[in-house]
Write a protein that binds this ligand. Sequence first.
Ligand SMILES: C[S@@+](CC[C@H](N)C(=O)[O-])C[C@H]1O[C@@H](n2cnc3c(N)ncnc32)[C@H](O)[C@@H]1O
Length: 313
Amino acid sequence: MKPDKLNAVTHTHYWGYENKKYFSKSYLNKIRYFLKYVINKLFLNNLGYQIVQKFSNYRKEQRSYLKNSEILSLRNIQISDYLFQFGLGFGIEFKKTKLLNSIERYEEIFRNSKIRDLNGGFGFNNGLFFYVLISHFQPKKILESGVWRGYSTFLIDEATPIESKILSFDINLDKREFISKKASYFESDLSLVSDVNFSKVDFALFDDHVSIYDRLKFCLKNEIEIVVVDDDLSVSQVHSDPWPPIPTASMIYNYEKIPKKFNWICNGMLANADIGGIAVNDIREHYKYIPFPQLAEFTGYQDTSFTSFLLKR
Ligand SMILES: C[S@@+](CC[C@H](N)C(=O)[O-])C[C@H]1O[C@@H](n2cnc3c(N)ncnc32)[C@H](O)[C@@H]1O
């Protein structure tokens, strides 16, 4: 055992880093850590500040992951068994072999994704179930609202048959790092276009931080069978997202139980909402509401957002 006071860790003989970038014994690193420690301790901490170690800003899922194939395959079997049961609970019969294949494939495509930085988009867990859903339902015409760097487009592209078409909307398409050959892109809100044919859209993803209630009314009108909504916050989670898509599906499906006027503080700013007088019955009668399963216990990654899906009854 070897205590390392500067880094506040104790080394044991059971494991160790091969590439000791952050725990290097080099004199330069030792001096750097020592200076940081002294400056923090003597000056900055008293003022409420501190110098922190600069790690990459990329998502944890991109920086830290399993390498051992035996553990990965055990984990994938556990996720597969869990999702199979989860599906049955909502009347979805995943095919066991295909389900496991999709989970294994997801790990592969996640690691090989060309998108450098997944911040601001789906994380590992929600992306995984999203990929499983699309692989299962095999939609032909997909509507996506909220493209950002293109991670969700990438998953749709990977999971759908070659002939599938994607209608991808974002009010700012400049951030795209992945562009799908299956997609037609529109730099607009979907309600502001007049020349797009939404008939026969069989799957929609809304990850645009715009009212989920308005989006679901649109889906009802266009008879869209399967709808995924990201950032589906409940009234008690609403402060956790700087731009919540209110009224969310959670609010629609709990409408009688929640206050219609509420407020919260987000990053020091006061926000007020009034969702009184909205007609929720049509949506609830036509769609079954299913929050995404929680996969953190299997993957070791925290869910990055609250995602749900709705299936036509
Ligand atoms: C959370 S990001 C989307 C992440 C993406 N789905 C992913 O998983 O990588 C939200 C995106 O919604 C877009 N957005 C904002 N208002 C919108 C609107 N009215 N219609 C479509 N997209 C919108 C933003 O420009 C931003 O790119």
